[in-house]
Design a binder for this molecule. Structure first.
Ligand code: PEP
Ligand code: MG
Length: 593
């Protein structure tokens, strides 16, 4: 054009420059040239990928076209997800096999495997594997660790597979209702065809699309720098991303913490900018390796003596993990939640696991089966979990309290600044909270007395049941902080099982009955009303009460805006969502001002 229509070309460049200055944004122009005369047909802000949005926003600040605040506004927080995970090469066109819930973003290819042991074995042989299950339980944990991604037929956005994979920053698609997993045949059926073990699949966890075959993926530059495999100087996109997030940090009021259960996750979270741990789910510490066996021993113990023996095995594991987390978070607060295992997630599911447990406990198999049967609950999510466990078996809370305070002292003696916040789960009455608080205070007195040290700590509670929200004034007299567990609060407010709702919620959303899946986007009207009541009543009784959220909503943009608007102190989310939450918190503050 410069050669053939030099006049129109120069005019086009000038006009484009003028328009981009006027709109202070990259323009997508439509034009025509007729008999040498330039006609501009349309101009609009150009669509862009997240990488381009970040780059353009930073460039425009450098060129003096916009200020830093405007640059922060220009990047949609949820789009950052594209920068934090591998993506399917956008030039590839493929038709998905089926669609599930986008439980944990990222793209991954691998061969389908149908049990966790095969996942570990084949991954050890250098194969990329995708673990396909009906749904996952803690018994699958080693398989999830070994796999590149997880695909389940059942489960919702807060199911085991979803929460565990999100915590690891691993791609997962759950509740994929078009697939039928046939474990015995080592295959799954989908829309009239079968995918067998060893066949390639590619998952796009950001959209929930499952593809047949090995589609090319592109790794995340940001993650490579964050985990130390690429240097900052070789990563121009990372440099812009981190600059933009620093500007966002200057705009926000909400703090951003992470949900992390192990020292490794805590380190990842800090590298992404977490300002503390908002939720350490202590039962998740027992998913790894052979740790699940003493955990099961504790659950099936027939008396206090048996339980104490199992707890004595669990105690050093917890203590060393807590110490590692305090170290990773040196100087920042760490909220440790007492055990809250929905028992069904930990009970052996027959076969090898039962055999091993029976052998460890020196019990005949049928006796163990009787005990396990006796523990089965019709509604485990509403059953013997949370503080109910520590109330009926106080030795559990006592062991956890000791492990936390011993870890705190050990870390302190190594020069680490510790800020433990101990959190009691699933409280519905103040009496439950006070029962647990007094066990923890005795553990503190005993441990710190013997070790001759003092540690400043806080004891607070999750608000995750409607009754707790409605009686928050009473609870706040005793609790130093509240953290809203919006996964359970959503489950119990709607009366919707968080594990099963994924089967039909998408059709509710399709029909417009629900505007959004309430497990993904906080229901400001109903669940939010309960939260507001608890915030107001809690603050009235204890003006300096610390308030946060640690349900999965803590990493979702609109829910973060709600948290900002009602004046929470922090949001807590999985490590890989921390950057998104930092930017979303900045947007919330800018939109409110
Ligand atoms: C919650 O209920 O929101 C929560 C954070 O706890 P969990 O998901 O472990 O039940
Ligand atoms: Mg909960």
């Amino acid at each position: 054009m410069a050669d053939r229509l030099p006049g129109a070309y120069t005019e086009l460049l000038e006009t484009q420059d003028r328009l981009e200055r006027h709109y202070a944004d990259m323009q997508d122009l439509e034009f025509t040239v007729e008999r040498g005369k330039l006609f501009l047909l349309q101009t609009r802000s150009g669509k862009r990928t997240a990488a381009a949005a970040v780059q353009i926003a930073c460039d425009m600040v450098k060129e003096g076209l916009i200020d830093r605040t405007e640059a922060v506004r220009r990047v949609p927080p949820a789009d950052l997800d594209q920068l934090l995970h591998p993506i399917i090469d956008p030039s590839v066109r493929a038709k998905p096999l089926c669609l599930g819930l986008p439980a944990s973003p990222g793209a991954a290819s691998g061969i389908a495997v149908f049990d966790p042991d095969s996942a570990v074995e084949r991954a050890a042989n250098g194969e990329a594997v995708i673990l396909v299950r009906d749904e996952t339980t803690p018994e699958d944990f080693h398989g999830i660790v070994a796999a590149r991604a997880v695909l389940t037929a059942r489960g919702g956005m807060t199911s085991h597979a979803a929460v565990v994979a999100r915590g690891m920053g691993k791609c997962a698609i759950v509740g994929c209702k078009d697939i039928e997993v046939e474990v015995t045949h080592r295959r799954f059926a989908v829309n009239g065809t079968h995918v067998h073990e060893g066949e390639w699949l590619t998952l796009d966890g950001a959209t929930g699309r499952v593809f047949a075959g090995n589609l090319p993926t592109i790794p995340s530059e940001v993650v490579q720098v964050t985990n130390g495999t690429l240097s900052r100087s070789q990563a121009p996109l990372y440099q812009s991303y981190s600059e933009l997030l620093e500007w966002a940090d200057d705009c926000r009021r909400l703090k951003v913490r992470a949900n992390a259960d192990t020292p490794r996750d805590a380190r990842v979270a800090r590298a992404f900018g977490a300002e503390g741990i908002g939720l350490c789910r202590t039962e998740h510490m027992f998913f790894e390796g052979d740790r699940i066996t003493p955990m099961r021993e504790m659950i099936v113990a027939r008396d206090e003596g048996g339980r104490r023996r199992a707890l004595a095995k669990l105690m050093p594991m917890q203590r060393s993990d807590f110490e590692g987390i305090f170290e990773a978070m040196n100087g920042l607060p760490v909220t440790i939640r007492l055990l809250d295992p929905p028992l069904h997630e930990f009970l052996p599911h027959g076969g090898e696991e039962s055999k091993l447990l029976a052998r460890t406990l020196g019990l005949p198999r049928d006796e163990l089966s009787r005990i396990v049967e006796g523990l089965r609950e019709n509604n485990p999510m509403l059953g013997h979990r949370g503080c109910r466990l520590g109330i009926t078996f106080p030795e559990i809370t006592e062991m956890q309290g000791r492990a936390i305070f011993e870890a705190a002292v050990r870390a302190m003696r190594r020069g680490i600044e510790v800020k433990p916040e101990i959190m009691v789960p699933l409280v519905s009455t103040v009496a439950e909270f006070e029962n647990q608080r007094s066990i923890l205070e005795s553990a503190a007195e005993q441990v710190l007395g013997v070790m001759g040290e003092s540690v400043s700590y806080m004891i607070g509670t999750m608000i995750e049941l409607p009754r707790a929200a409605l009686t928050a004034d009473e609870i706040a007299r005793s609790a130093e902080f509240f953290s809203f567990g919006t996964n359970d609060l959503t489950q119990t407010t709607y009366g919707l099982s968080r594990d099963d709702a994924g089967r039909f919620l998408p059709s509710y959303v399709d029909r417009g009955i629900f505007a959004d899946d309430p497990f993904q986007v906080l229901d400001a009207q109903g669940v939010g009303r309960l939260i507001r009541i608890a915030v107001e009543d809690g603050r009235r009784v204890r003006p300096d009460i610390k308030l946060g959220i640690c349900g999965e909503h803590g990493g979702e943009t609109r829910s973060i805006a709600f948290c900002h608007n009602i004046g929470l102190d922090y949001v807590s989310c999985s490590p890989f969502r921390v950057p998104i939450a930092r930017l979303a918190a900045a947007h919330a503050a800018l939109n409110a001002s």
